[in-house]
Design a protein around this ligand. Structure first.
Ligand code: NAD
Length: 361
């Protein structure tokens, strides 16, 4: 199969869809791999690394035109819509439920679109998990940084000091993001509470943290009590394939300390806080209703060395399956991959996206 890897052009995106080691694997399986010049630069993979791995270097137009299967990290942005066509499969993070223009473009072009974020196996969402783990750990870094006064914070050390209370971190959603944020924040000495709505997940977290983190079933009263005490609130909820539930409403903001920090990791699915607006690493904080919101939509792009390798390590098996068998046959044979199909033959096939846009085919 002809497989292309393009340079990410979404602002601040520093990852790339395949490592040179991934190229070697696919070439050894008899496939042709085209890599856009400079695609790996921001992840510290040079063009020479890709050539040595067996890829052919091409320009952007050729990479898209040659591809039967196109590997990306983030969803195509408006300037890339012109490359969409019916005999093309895109494998990338798409997050369509929060992106009507791209959903329309994929439907109109008849492109076969498989979203990393909805591929599902019996462990959950295997292609979202590594990035969530990284984003969760980075949320603890962001909390530590933006509590400091020179970054506009109240001048709190996350872990406190001997004899001085640590900061209180409230994490809403105890999945991959929430657990990793809790591990790192707790590791830095913060007092951490995790809220979730799944009794099963709460039991797992309770056993995992052995009392080092408070784990509570979320209900409206618990949420309000915890918001009043928090120095940092991390939004880490997910309902797969859907826009994030707005757990913290505008009227909740009045319960918070005026110098509290809101970190909305779920912003890529529309945000867990009603007031959130997406930000970037260039200007990560936005003040809304007097409260600082940190809403960087692609947090793992700050650590592209780590993130690119983590991504290829989980996508490669699916890419190989599609390349070896053909996309349609691979999807038919693998229920996990089939769950990733969002748009096919000019129609939305993923239920959460169809519900978000009931007027589209
Ligand atoms: P996950 O499925 O592992 O965990 C989500 C958790 O939220 C689950 O335990 C679920 O029970 C819980 N939950 C759902 N509704 C809830 C509610 N109303 N109140 C409390 N808990 C609730 O998901 P994840 O992988 O941890 O991802 C969390 C979010 O982070 C997603 O929106 C994901 O898209 C986003 N994310 C963002 C970035 C970024 O760079 N900003 C990176 C990775 C993931």
């Amino acid at each position: 199969m002809r497989i292309s890897v393009v340079k990410e052009i979404k602002p601040q995106e520093t990852r790339v869809g395949l490592t040179p080691a991934g190229v070697t694997d696919l070439v050894q399986h008899g496939h042709e791999v085209f890599v856009e010049r400079g695609a790996g630069d921001a992840s510290a993979y040079s063009d020479a690394d890709y050539v040595a791995a067996g890829a052919r270097l091409v320009d952007q137009d050729t990479a898209w035109a040659n591809a039967e299967l196109l590997l990306k990290v983030k969803e195509p942005i408006a300037s890339e819509y012109r490359f969409l066509r019916p005999d093309l499969t895109i494998f990338a993070y798409l997050h369509l439920a929060a992106n009507r223009p791209l959903t329309e473009a994929l439907v109109e072009a008849g492109t076969f679109a498989i979203g990393y974020e909805t591929v599902q196996d019996d462990t959950g969402l295997p292609l979202l998990t590594p990035m969530s783990e990284i984003a969760g750990r980075l949320a603890a870094h962001a909390a530590a940084t933006y509590l400091m006064s020179q970054f506009g914070g109240p001048g709190l050390l996350l872990g406190g000091a001997p004899g001085v209370a640590p900061a209180r971190v409230l994490i809403i959603g105890g999945g991959a993001v929430g657990t990793n944020a809790a591990f790192l924040a707790r590791g830095m000495g913060a007092e951490v509470t995790v809220l979730d709505t799944s009794a099963k997940r709460i039991r797992q977290l309770d056993a995992m943290f052995e009392g080092r983190v408070r784990v509570l079933m979320s209900d409206p009263h618990v949420l309000e009590d915890e918001l009043r005490q928090a120095d940092v609130v991390v939004g880490a909820v997910l309902v797969p394939g859907r826009a994030a539930p707005k757990v913290v409403r505008r009227e909740h903001l009045g319960l918070l300390r005026p110098d509290a920090l809101l970190i909305d990791v779920a912003i890529d699915q529309g945000g867990a806080f009603e007031t959130s607006r997406p930000t970037t690493y260039e200007d990560p904080i936005v003040v809304i209703d007097g409260l600082r919101h940190y809403c960087v939509a692609n947090m793992p792009s700050a650590v592209p060395h780590t993130s690119t390798r983590a991504l290829t390590s989980v996508t490669l098996a699916y890419v190989r399956e599609m390349a070896d068998r053909g996309v349609a046959a691979a999807v038919a044979a693998d229920a996990s991959l089939a769950a990733g199909v969002n748009v096919r033959d000019g129609a939305i096939v993923y239920p959460g996206v169809a519900e978000a846009f009931p007027d589209l085919p």
